[in-house]
Design a protein around this ligand. Structure first.
Ligand SMILES: [Zn+2]
Length: 320
């Protein structure tokens, strides 16, 4: 990540999200079952709202069957919802916003501890759609093995921040959202209208947080105050710390690198990345990084499971 100017204040979010909306995943025999978000001291307007949605209406990030690679990341709908643990304000599955085209931005929580680790896939889709596959594989893994979330930790997984881009399959167009904005150039530290991807000019949006996807995730991060945030990309093979005035992203990246085997990369070589997500998160004092998978095809599940376990242990050891 290119360092932003420390003197440049991080842009404020234009809006803040209310409590994430519970995503109802009713059993097959009870199509109208509902989930009510746990009450919270941070909101008074939506805490008692009961939302009823059907699985077919909520799982709108499912790509079209005609996209060849998509078959490998099809949502298998294996997550079931039980009442939220009292140690957390979050339901086990919830919607925290909508994309430009109105598709739900969905998150899944595992564990109920106060040390929260947020993982985000599909901020770029297109050729990086295997990151959505990885996040879905992680979701299925922790569903089957909840014991692999360490005591005192909670994981929140966002499989696809750019669900609209999934519709384009493995093509450059799929990197961008429905307004053709690059969602990793639209954040509030070091933002520039003159953004690039390699030597290609890309649309950074009209201003920081001009896109509903970045507003929704930024608001969620501000609300949750996670202990660390991991963003997944492909396929530059490396771990890149956020760099915008924070002090702990480098240590986080070194932990992830050592446990995963992806090389630690203190800066992104070759071209300047402006307005990136981990830089903005770092500006909040929350350690953050980009993980670049080694390939654009595989989920590379095992090495990332190892690294996520190491990060959980690091969070446990370094935060009260
Ligand atoms: Zn990317």
């Amino acid at each position: 990540m290119a360092a932003c100017q420390p003197a440049t204040p991080a842009a404020a979010l234009p809006t803040l999200a209310s409590l994430p909306t519970a995503l109802s995943r009713p059993p097959a025999a009870t199509a109208t079952a509902t989930v009510t978000p746990a009450a919270t001291a941070t909101t008074t307007t939506t805490a008692t709202t009961t939302v009823t949605v059907t699985p077919s209406a909520t799982l709108t990030d499912t790509p079209p069957a005609s996209a060849p690679l998509m078959a490998t990341v099809m949502d298998t709908d294996t997550v079931t919802v039980t009442p939220a643990a009292t140690a957390t304000l979050l339901p086990e599955a919830f919607v925290f916003g909508q994309s430009v085209e109105g598709r739900d931005l969905t998150a899944y929580r595992f564990g109920s501890g106060p040390r929260l680790l947020l993982l985000v896939g599909g901020i770029h889709t297109g050729y990086e759609t295997n990151t959505v596959g990885l996040l879905r594989a992680l979701r299925d893994h922790y569903t089957a093995r909840p014991d692999e979330v360490l005591p005192g930790v909670a994981l929140v997984l966002v499989p696809a921040l750019n669900p609209d881009g999934l519709l384009y399959g493995r093509a450059l167009r799929g990197r961008f959202n429905a307004r053709e904005v690059d969602l990793n150039r639209n954040w509030g530290c070091g933002w520039s209208a003159a953004a690039v991807f390699r030597d290609l000019p890309v649309n950074a949006g009209a201003a920081p947080f001009s896109e509903p996807e970045t507003v929704a995730l930024g608001a969620l991060i501000q609300q949750l105050q996670p202990g660390a945030v991991l963003f997944y990309h492909a396929a530059a093979r490396g771990v890149f710390p956020g760099n915008c005035g924070g002090t702990r992203s480098v240590a986080l990246a070194q932990v992830y690198s050592a446990a995963s085997g992806y090389p630690y990369q203190p800066d992104f070589a070759g071209y300047t990345v402006t307005g990136s997500a981990p830089n903005w998160v770092d500006s909040l004092g929350i350690p953050a990084l980009d993980v670049e998978l080694a390939s654009a095809e595989d989920t590379e599940l095992i090495r990332n499971l190892n690294a996520i376990r190491a990060v959980q242990a690091w969070l446990t050891a370094t935060t009260p």
